[in-house]
Every structure is written in structure tokens, then in C-alpha cells.
Design a protein around this ligand. Structure first.
Ligand code: BGC
Length: 262
């Protein structure tokens, strides 16, 4: 092994590797945990289809090997993740239900690294609360991510209550994410105004249940927040997410350090 390789593989204090697993891409980068900044460029590999545990783990292993990373690793996953085990599979391969994702990924990255897995919206909520739109906000913050589905993160004074799954609340007799996810707007060529009406009804429901101090709205559609956030009719302030593409990677890296220590 070359000297250069040895140096790259040494554990780097204050850093962790973050991985964001989505339906189309799997992205990873080394993160400076204290600042929330990426220490390396984000690398993206297309999500394999079918996205079985084995196939996704191979991609996770490749991202980590390409970065020559050894140490703490956090990974997001778009499902309920309780103590490392996937409990649901709304928009992912059903083979995940019951899979110990922590173990499957830790086995895939090899000796010297430890992986923890958490829900994707929970990771984004952690990142926004430490470094983004909810930084320094006291009280109840609810982050909602609008993408293929709707993800949620509930934080109280910066502490996460995991796996809230508010995207599956009932809206007009339907699973809310089948009415108000960003993918529904894309599929039906819906105007922002029409879609914002649905998002408003959905968020009013969440508002009645939790009376939050702040909503943070994320997901790809938060890039165009000016087109729809001003149309929402809510009593609670709404801030667009600030970390955009990096929220999952950063939140996963922070979660790894907070759970596994340095
Ligand atoms: C899943 C959540 C996930 C969200 C966003 C929902 O369908 O049930 O676990 O956070 O999509 O990906």
C-alpha cells in the first residue's frame, strides 16, 4: 500500500462520511462535522434497479472505497429506520422491510468503519437545525420534505423525535403524499398554485396537530420556494430549507458522530 493511500485511510478527526440514499441517486461526501461544510466534492452514483439491500450496499461500499474513507459513516434511507432496522418501504424495494440496514452497510464498507442509518427527512431536519433554516430556533420545528413522497422531521429545541412519518397522514381520504408530494405536481403537470393549495391543506392539518413554532420545507422543490411558499395559508412561519442538495449528507454525518462518538 502506498504512503499516500495510508494517509488517506487514516481516521480524520472532526470529520465523518455522509451518504444520502434516494430513489434516483446515491450521493456521498466527507463532512466537517463542526461546520457542516463538505470536505470533499459530492460523488453521485445512480441508484440500482431493483434497489435491493444487496445492490444498494454495493454502491455504498463503492462510494466509501472511492473516497478512501475509514471511520464513522452516516447514511440516510427513505423509510422508517428503528435502531438500524428498516420497518417500512413506501417508495423503496419491499425487500428492505426487516433488513438490518446498519449491519448490511457496515459489512459492505469493510473493517475500520461503522455505519448508522437513519430516515432521510430526519437527517435533513438535523442538518437544518444545526446549520440551516432552523438554526438556533427554540421550541417545536417541523421539517417537511416534498419529493417522490413527503418526509418529516420533528425537533424540539434541536432534539429529534425520529420516524414521525407525517407524510402518511390522511388528507381528503387519501395518504397525504399521494396528493401533495412534489412528484404528484410533476406527474400531473399541475400549476404551483394548484399544488400549493393541496400543500396548504396538508400543512394546516399538521399545524392543527402540533402547533409548531416553525415549518422548514425541503426537497428538490425548495429550490423554487418563491413560487409556492408565499401561497401557503398558515399561521406558522415557513422557511425554505437552506442546505438543499447537501442536507441529507450533512445530517447523516452529524448523526453518525452524535450516535457513535468520535
Ligand atoms: C417514507 C418516509 C420518507 C419519505 C421521504 C415516505 O414515503 O415513508 O420514510 O422519509 O417518503 O423520502
Amino acid at each position: 500500500m502506498s504512503e499516500e493511500h495510508d494517509m488517506a485511510a487514516a481516521p480524520r478527526p472532526g470529520q465523518a462520511f455522509g451518504i444520502d440514499i434516494g430513489g434516483t441517486g446515491i450521493k456521498g461526501a466527507i463532512v466537517h462535522v463542526a461546520s457542516g461544510q463538505l470536505a470533499t466534492e459530492r460523488k453521485r452514483i445512480l441508484t440500482p434497479h431493483p434497489a435491493t439491500p444487496h445492490a444498494v450496499a454495493a454502491v455504498v461500499g463503492q462510494l466509501v472505497a472511492d473516497a478512501q474513507w475509514k471511520g464513522l459513516i452516516g447514511a440516510t434511507f427513505p423509510a422508517v429506520i428503528k435502531h438500524g432496522i428498516a420497518q417500512s418501504a413506501a417508495n423503496v424495494d419491499h425487500a428492505w422491510v426487516g433488513t438490518d440496514a446498519d449491519k448490511v452497510f457496515t459489512d459492505a464498507v469493510g473493517a475500520g468503519s461503522d455505519v448508522i442509518v437513519l430516515n432521510d427527512a430526519d437527517a435533513a431536519g438535523i442538518a437544518e437545525s444545526r446549520f440551516g433554516a432552523a438554526k438556533g430556533v427554540d421550541g417545536v420545528v417541523i421539517m417537511l420534505t416534498f419529493g417522490t413522497g413527503i418526509g418529516s422531521a420533528l425537533l424540539m429545541n434541536g432534539v429529534l423525535v425520529p420516524n414521525t412519518e407525517l407524510g402518511h397522514l390522511e388528507l381528503d381520504g387519501h395518504d397525504a403524499e399521494t396528493r401533495a408530494a412534489a412528484s404528484v405536481r410533476d406527474e400531473h403537470g399541475m400549476s404551483y398554485r394548484k399544488w400549493a393549495g393541496r400543500v396548504s391543506s396538508y400543512m394546516q392539518h399538521v399545524e392543527r396537530l402540533f402547533t409548531p413554532d416553525l415549518f422548514v420545507v425541503g426537497g428538490g422543490v425548495s429550490k423554487n420556494a418563491d413560487k409556492w411558499v408565499p401561497l401557503l395559508e398558515l399561521n406558522t412561519p415557513v422557511e425554505p430549507a437552506q442546505l438543499l442538495n447537501d442536507a441529507g449528507i450533512v445530517g447523516a454525518a452529524i448523526a453518525a458522530v452524535e450516535r457513535l462518538g468520535e
